[in-house]
Design a protein around this ligand. Structure first.
Ligand SMILES: [Zn+2]
Length: 357
Protein backbone atom coordinates (compact mmCIF):
# COMPACT_ATOMS: atom_id res chain seq x y z
CA UNK A 1 0.00 0.00 0.00
CA UNK A 2 1.25 3.49 -0.77
CA UNK A 3 1.86 4.92 2.67
CA UNK A 4 1.43 8.49 1.43
CA UNK A 5 -2.26 7.79 1.13
CA UNK A 6 -2.54 8.60 4.84
CA UNK A 7 -2.25 12.34 4.12
CA UNK A 8 -4.29 12.30 0.94
CA UNK A 9 -7.59 12.44 2.76
CA UNK A 10 -6.48 15.63 4.50
CA UNK A 11 -7.34 18.55 2.29
CA UNK A 12 -6.03 22.06 2.28
CA UNK A 13 -3.31 21.71 4.91
CA UNK A 14 -0.27 20.52 3.00
CA UNK A 15 1.84 23.44 4.27
CA UNK A 16 1.33 22.16 7.81
CA UNK A 17 2.32 18.62 6.76
CA UNK A 18 5.52 20.03 5.24
CA UNK A 19 6.20 22.08 8.36
CA UNK A 20 5.99 19.03 10.64
CA UNK A 21 8.03 16.85 8.30
CA UNK A 22 10.72 19.48 8.13
CA UNK A 23 10.89 20.25 11.82
CA UNK A 24 10.87 16.57 12.84
CA UNK A 25 13.59 15.98 10.24
CA UNK A 26 15.67 18.66 11.95
CA UNK A 27 15.04 17.05 15.32
CA UNK A 28 12.86 19.93 16.47
CA UNK A 29 9.89 18.22 18.04
CA UNK A 30 7.88 20.21 20.52
CA UNK A 31 6.29 18.74 23.67
CA UNK A 32 3.11 20.64 23.01
CA UNK A 33 1.33 22.07 19.99
CA UNK A 34 -1.73 24.28 19.83
CA UNK A 35 -3.78 23.79 16.66
CA UNK A 36 -5.82 26.90 15.96
CA UNK A 37 -8.44 27.56 13.30
CA UNK A 38 -12.21 27.68 12.74
CA UNK A 39 -14.42 24.66 13.46
CA UNK A 40 -15.01 22.12 10.75
CA UNK A 41 -11.82 22.49 8.73
CA UNK A 42 -10.01 19.28 9.72
CA UNK A 43 -7.79 20.16 12.70
CA UNK A 44 -8.81 17.06 14.65
CA UNK A 45 -8.34 14.78 11.68
CA UNK A 46 -4.92 16.30 11.08
CA UNK A 47 -3.94 15.75 14.72
CA UNK A 48 -5.06 12.11 14.61
CA UNK A 49 -3.17 11.47 11.39
CA UNK A 50 -0.06 13.05 12.86
CA UNK A 51 -0.45 10.80 15.91
CA UNK A 52 -0.79 7.69 13.79
CA UNK A 53 2.39 8.56 11.88
CA UNK A 54 4.26 8.94 15.16
CA UNK A 55 3.01 5.55 16.37
CA UNK A 56 3.77 3.76 13.09
CA UNK A 57 6.60 1.29 13.62
CA UNK A 58 7.54 1.06 9.93
CA UNK A 59 8.40 4.72 9.45
CA UNK A 60 10.66 7.18 11.22
CA UNK A 61 9.16 10.34 12.74
CA UNK A 62 10.58 12.61 10.06
CA UNK A 63 9.03 10.55 7.28
CA UNK A 64 5.65 11.37 8.79
CA UNK A 65 4.02 8.36 7.19
CA UNK A 66 1.91 5.47 8.42
CA UNK A 67 1.96 2.00 6.88
CA UNK A 68 -1.48 1.09 8.25
CA UNK A 69 -0.26 -2.48 8.68
CA UNK A 70 2.11 -2.58 11.67
CA UNK A 71 0.79 -3.23 15.17
CA UNK A 72 1.16 0.49 16.05
CA UNK A 73 -1.02 1.50 13.10
CA UNK A 74 -3.53 -1.28 13.71
CA UNK A 75 -3.92 -0.50 17.39
CA UNK A 76 -4.31 3.16 16.57
CA UNK A 77 -6.95 2.48 13.93
CA UNK A 78 -8.84 0.25 16.38
CA UNK A 79 -8.68 3.12 18.95
CA UNK A 80 -6.95 0.76 21.35
CA UNK A 81 -3.40 2.13 21.32
CA UNK A 82 -2.43 2.17 25.01
CA UNK A 83 -0.19 5.24 24.59
CA UNK A 84 -2.71 7.43 22.84
CA UNK A 85 -5.25 9.61 24.62
CA UNK A 86 -7.98 11.83 23.27
CA UNK A 87 -9.99 14.05 25.59
CA UNK A 88 -12.76 16.47 24.73
CA UNK A 89 -15.79 18.13 26.26
CA UNK A 90 -18.40 15.56 27.24
CA UNK A 91 -21.61 15.90 25.30
CA UNK A 92 -23.78 18.64 26.72
CA UNK A 93 -20.97 19.96 28.96
CA UNK A 94 -20.03 23.60 28.69
CA UNK A 95 -16.41 23.02 29.63
CA UNK A 96 -13.52 20.60 29.71
CA UNK A 97 -13.68 19.65 33.40
CA UNK A 98 -10.99 19.13 36.03
CA UNK A 99 -11.93 15.40 36.22
CA UNK A 100 -10.61 14.96 32.69
CA UNK A 101 -7.13 15.93 33.84
CA UNK A 102 -7.00 14.78 37.47
CA UNK A 103 -9.63 12.04 37.66
CA UNK A 104 -12.91 12.07 39.62
CA UNK A 105 -13.05 13.61 43.11
CA UNK A 106 -12.49 10.32 44.97
CA UNK A 107 -9.56 9.33 42.73
CA UNK A 108 -7.91 12.76 42.33
CA UNK A 109 -4.41 12.45 40.94
CA UNK A 110 -4.70 8.69 40.54
CA UNK A 111 -6.63 8.88 37.30
CA UNK A 112 -7.11 11.40 34.52
CA UNK A 113 -4.94 12.52 31.64
CA UNK A 114 -2.12 14.07 33.70
CA UNK A 115 -1.71 10.79 35.60
CA UNK A 116 -1.90 8.66 32.44
CA UNK A 117 0.80 10.75 30.78
CA UNK A 118 3.13 10.45 33.77
CA UNK A 119 3.34 6.65 33.35
CA UNK A 120 5.83 4.97 31.01
CA UNK A 121 4.70 4.26 27.47
CA UNK A 122 3.45 0.70 27.10
CA UNK A 123 3.52 -0.20 23.42
CA UNK A 124 5.70 2.47 21.82
CA UNK A 125 8.43 4.87 22.85
CA UNK A 126 6.13 7.82 23.50
CA UNK A 127 2.77 8.96 24.78
CA UNK A 128 0.57 11.29 22.84
CA UNK A 129 -2.59 13.11 23.84
CA UNK A 130 -5.02 15.19 21.85
CA UNK A 131 -6.85 17.76 23.96
CA UNK A 132 -9.86 18.92 22.02
CA UNK A 133 -11.90 22.00 23.00
CA UNK A 134 -8.84 23.51 24.69
CA UNK A 135 -10.66 26.86 24.49
CA UNK A 136 -13.28 25.50 26.91
CA UNK A 137 -11.05 25.06 29.98
CA UNK A 138 -11.72 27.05 33.11
CA UNK A 139 -8.89 28.12 35.39
CA UNK A 140 -8.97 24.99 37.58
CA UNK A 141 -8.64 22.54 34.69
CA UNK A 142 -6.16 24.80 32.90
CA UNK A 143 -3.93 24.96 35.98
CA UNK A 144 -3.91 21.17 36.25
CA UNK A 145 -2.85 20.89 32.62
CA UNK A 146 -0.33 23.69 33.09
CA UNK A 147 1.63 21.56 35.58
CA UNK A 148 2.01 18.85 32.94
CA UNK A 149 3.02 21.44 30.36
CA UNK A 150 5.60 22.97 32.68
CA UNK A 151 7.23 19.63 33.41
CA UNK A 152 6.30 17.45 30.46
CA UNK A 153 6.91 13.72 31.02
CA UNK A 154 9.76 12.49 28.82
CA UNK A 155 8.67 11.31 25.38
CA UNK A 156 5.23 12.82 25.67
CA UNK A 157 3.47 15.03 23.18
CA UNK A 158 0.32 17.08 23.65
CA UNK A 159 -1.78 18.46 20.83
CA UNK A 160 -4.28 21.06 21.99
CA UNK A 161 -7.07 22.03 19.60
CA UNK A 162 -8.96 25.32 19.76
CA UNK A 163 -11.18 27.33 17.46
CA UNK A 164 -10.59 30.45 19.46
CA UNK A 165 -6.98 30.96 20.56
CA UNK A 166 -7.93 34.00 22.67
CA UNK A 167 -9.98 31.75 24.95
CA UNK A 168 -6.94 29.62 25.77
CA UNK A 169 -5.19 30.81 28.93
CA UNK A 170 -2.07 32.82 27.95
CA UNK A 171 0.11 30.73 30.31
CA UNK A 172 -0.95 27.62 28.38
CA UNK A 173 -0.63 29.28 25.00
CA UNK A 174 2.90 30.40 25.72
CA UNK A 175 4.00 26.83 26.45
CA UNK A 176 2.70 25.45 23.15
CA UNK A 177 3.92 25.87 19.62
CA UNK A 178 1.00 27.36 17.70
CA UNK A 179 0.04 25.88 14.35
CA UNK A 180 -2.55 27.84 12.39
CA UNK A 181 -5.06 26.17 10.09
CA UNK A 182 -6.99 28.09 7.42
CA UNK A 183 -10.55 27.53 6.23
CA UNK A 184 -10.89 25.06 3.35
CA UNK A 185 -11.27 26.28 -0.21
CA UNK A 186 -14.72 26.09 -1.84
CA UNK A 187 -13.36 23.37 -4.15
CA UNK A 188 -12.23 21.27 -1.19
CA UNK A 189 -15.56 21.64 0.63
CA UNK A 190 -17.41 20.74 -2.58
CA UNK A 191 -15.41 17.59 -3.19
CA UNK A 192 -15.59 16.50 0.46
CA UNK A 193 -19.40 16.91 0.46
CA UNK A 194 -19.65 14.85 -2.72
CA UNK A 195 -17.20 12.21 -1.45
CA UNK A 196 -19.14 11.91 1.83
CA UNK A 197 -22.34 11.69 -0.20
CA UNK A 198 -23.87 14.42 1.98
CA UNK A 199 -24.98 15.99 -1.30
CA UNK A 200 -25.59 14.15 -4.55
CA UNK A 201 -25.66 17.02 -7.01
CA UNK A 202 -22.41 18.84 -7.87
CA UNK A 203 -24.18 22.23 -8.26
CA UNK A 204 -25.85 21.83 -4.90
CA UNK A 205 -22.54 20.93 -3.30
CA UNK A 206 -20.85 23.97 -4.86
CA UNK A 207 -23.66 26.25 -3.67
CA UNK A 208 -23.41 24.94 -0.10
CA UNK A 209 -19.61 25.19 -0.22
CA UNK A 210 -19.68 28.82 -1.33
CA UNK A 211 -21.81 29.68 1.71
CA UNK A 212 -19.82 27.59 4.17
CA UNK A 213 -16.84 29.90 4.80
CA UNK A 214 -14.63 26.86 4.24
CA UNK A 215 -16.05 24.94 7.20
CA UNK A 216 -17.65 21.50 7.08
CA UNK A 217 -19.49 22.34 10.30
CA UNK A 218 -21.16 25.29 8.57
CA UNK A 219 -21.83 23.14 5.51
CA UNK A 220 -23.61 20.54 7.67
CA UNK A 221 -25.74 23.33 9.12
CA UNK A 222 -26.65 24.51 5.63
CA UNK A 223 -27.72 20.98 4.78
CA UNK A 224 -30.21 21.01 7.66
CA UNK A 225 -33.62 20.31 6.03
CA UNK A 226 -35.26 23.32 7.74
CA UNK A 227 -32.59 25.71 6.43
CA UNK A 228 -32.76 24.16 2.98
CA UNK A 229 -36.54 24.55 2.86
CA UNK A 230 -36.16 28.23 3.73
CA UNK A 231 -33.55 28.68 1.03
CA UNK A 232 -35.69 26.94 -1.61
CA UNK A 233 -38.67 29.11 -0.73
CA UNK A 234 -36.61 32.28 -0.87
CA UNK A 235 -35.07 31.40 -4.24
CA UNK A 236 -38.45 30.54 -5.71
CA UNK A 237 -39.61 34.02 -4.68
CA UNK A 238 -36.51 35.53 -6.24
CA UNK A 239 -37.51 33.75 -9.47
CA UNK A 240 -40.89 35.51 -9.63
CA UNK A 241 -41.00 38.04 -12.40
CA UNK A 242 -41.10 40.67 -11.18
CA UNK A 243 -40.15 39.90 -7.63
CA UNK A 244 -42.85 40.85 -5.14
CA UNK A 245 -41.18 43.16 -2.59
CA UNK A 246 -43.73 42.62 0.16
CA UNK A 247 -43.98 38.84 0.09
CA UNK A 248 -40.21 38.48 -0.29
CA UNK A 249 -39.33 40.65 2.69
CA UNK A 250 -42.17 39.14 4.76
CA UNK A 251 -40.90 35.62 4.02
CA UNK A 252 -37.34 36.56 4.97
CA UNK A 253 -38.44 38.21 8.22
CA UNK A 254 -40.73 35.26 9.01
CA UNK A 255 -37.93 32.73 8.43
CA UNK A 256 -35.55 34.50 10.78
CA UNK A 257 -38.26 34.71 13.45
CA UNK A 258 -39.15 31.06 12.95
CA UNK A 259 -35.54 29.97 13.45
CA UNK A 260 -35.61 31.82 16.77
CA UNK A 261 -32.66 32.53 19.07
CA UNK A 262 -31.40 35.71 20.66
CA UNK A 263 -30.61 38.92 18.78
CA UNK A 264 -27.14 37.69 17.83
CA UNK A 265 -28.43 34.38 16.46
CA UNK A 266 -31.19 36.20 14.58
CA UNK A 267 -28.65 38.50 12.96
CA UNK A 268 -26.53 35.51 11.92
CA UNK A 269 -29.57 33.82 10.38
CA UNK A 270 -30.58 37.05 8.67
CA UNK A 271 -27.09 37.30 7.15
CA UNK A 272 -27.44 33.69 6.00
CA UNK A 273 -30.75 34.54 4.25
CA UNK A 274 -29.23 37.42 2.37
CA UNK A 275 -26.18 35.37 1.49
CA UNK A 276 -28.48 32.81 -0.12
CA UNK A 277 -29.64 35.62 -2.40
CA UNK A 278 -26.11 36.92 -3.02
CA UNK A 279 -24.92 33.46 -4.02
CA UNK A 280 -27.99 32.98 -6.20
CA UNK A 281 -27.49 36.25 -8.12
CA UNK A 282 -23.80 35.46 -8.48
CA UNK A 283 -24.67 32.13 -10.08
CA UNK A 284 -27.19 33.86 -12.35
CA UNK A 285 -24.48 36.25 -13.51
CA UNK A 286 -22.18 33.34 -14.33
CA UNK A 287 -25.00 31.57 -16.17
CA UNK A 288 -25.63 34.70 -18.25
CA UNK A 289 -22.00 35.07 -19.26
CA UNK A 290 -21.17 31.45 -20.00
CA UNK A 291 -23.39 29.03 -21.81
CA UNK A 292 -23.15 25.24 -21.62
CA UNK A 293 -22.32 25.39 -17.92
CA UNK A 294 -24.64 23.24 -15.78
CA UNK A 295 -26.83 25.43 -13.54
CA UNK A 296 -29.23 24.76 -10.68
CA UNK A 297 -32.99 24.59 -11.47
CA UNK A 298 -33.63 27.93 -9.71
CA UNK A 299 -30.95 29.71 -11.73
CA UNK A 300 -32.26 28.16 -14.93
CA UNK A 301 -35.78 29.32 -14.13
CA UNK A 302 -34.61 32.85 -13.31
CA UNK A 303 -32.48 33.21 -16.43
CA UNK A 304 -35.14 31.71 -18.72
CA UNK A 305 -37.55 34.42 -17.65
CA UNK A 306 -35.23 37.25 -18.70
CA UNK A 307 -35.57 39.20 -21.93
CA UNK A 308 -33.43 38.78 -25.06
CA UNK A 309 -31.36 41.86 -24.24
CA UNK A 310 -28.24 40.13 -22.89
CA UNK A 311 -26.38 43.28 -21.91
CA UNK A 312 -29.35 44.68 -20.03
CA UNK A 313 -29.89 41.31 -18.31
CA UNK A 314 -26.35 41.16 -17.00
CA UNK A 315 -26.60 44.77 -15.80
CA UNK A 316 -29.85 44.05 -13.98
CA UNK A 317 -28.49 40.96 -12.22
CA UNK A 318 -25.33 42.87 -11.27
CA UNK A 319 -27.55 45.55 -9.70
CA UNK A 320 -29.57 42.93 -7.82
CA UNK A 321 -26.35 41.38 -6.55
CA UNK A 322 -25.03 44.74 -5.43
CA UNK A 323 -28.29 45.55 -3.64
CA UNK A 324 -28.21 42.22 -1.78
CA UNK A 325 -24.59 42.85 -0.79
CA UNK A 326 -25.58 46.24 0.58
CA UNK A 327 -28.12 44.46 2.78
CA UNK A 328 -25.41 42.17 4.16
CA UNK A 329 -23.31 45.22 5.00
CA UNK A 330 -26.26 46.84 6.78
CA UNK A 331 -26.87 43.70 8.83
CA UNK A 332 -23.22 43.61 9.79
CA UNK A 333 -23.55 47.24 10.87
CA UNK A 334 -26.32 46.14 13.26
CA UNK A 335 -29.27 47.49 11.28
CA UNK A 336 -32.41 45.63 12.53
CA UNK A 337 -33.09 42.72 10.17
CA UNK A 338 -36.77 43.54 9.61
CA UNK A 339 -35.87 47.03 8.44
CA UNK A 340 -33.00 45.79 6.25
CA UNK A 341 -35.23 43.17 4.62
CA UNK A 342 -38.08 45.60 3.94
CA UNK A 343 -35.71 47.98 2.23
CA UNK A 344 -34.03 45.09 0.39
CA UNK A 345 -37.37 43.78 -0.97
CA UNK A 346 -38.29 47.24 -2.16
CA UNK A 347 -34.88 47.79 -3.76
CA UNK A 348 -34.87 44.46 -5.58
CA UNK A 349 -38.43 45.02 -6.81
CA UNK A 350 -37.51 48.43 -8.24
CA UNK A 351 -34.43 47.08 -10.01
CA UNK A 352 -36.47 44.30 -11.59
CA UNK A 353 -39.07 46.74 -12.80
CA UNK A 354 -36.27 48.65 -14.49
CA UNK A 355 -36.45 51.67 -12.22
CA UNK A 356 -33.56 53.22 -10.39
CA UNK A 357 -32.96 51.54 -7.03
ZN1 LIG B 1 2.51 1.43 10.65
Amino acid sequence: MDTRVIWETIRGHSAQVDMFRQSFGQGRMSHAYLFVGPDGIGKRKFARTLAQCLFCESHSDEELLACQECSGCKQFAATSHPDFFHVERAEGKAELTLDVFLGPQDRRGREGLCHDLSLRPMASDRKLAIIDDADFMRTEAANALLKTLEEPPVNSMLILIAANADSVLPTIRSRCQSVRFSPLSNEDVTSILLAQESVQDANDAAAVASLSDGSLTNAAQLLDPAIRAIRDKLLSQACEKPLNPLTTSAAMIGSVEELGGNTGVQRQNAILMVRFLIEFYRQCLVALSTSNQPVSPAVEKFVSKMSDDETRNAETVAELLERAMLCETQLNQQMPFALSFESLGEGLGRIERGLNP
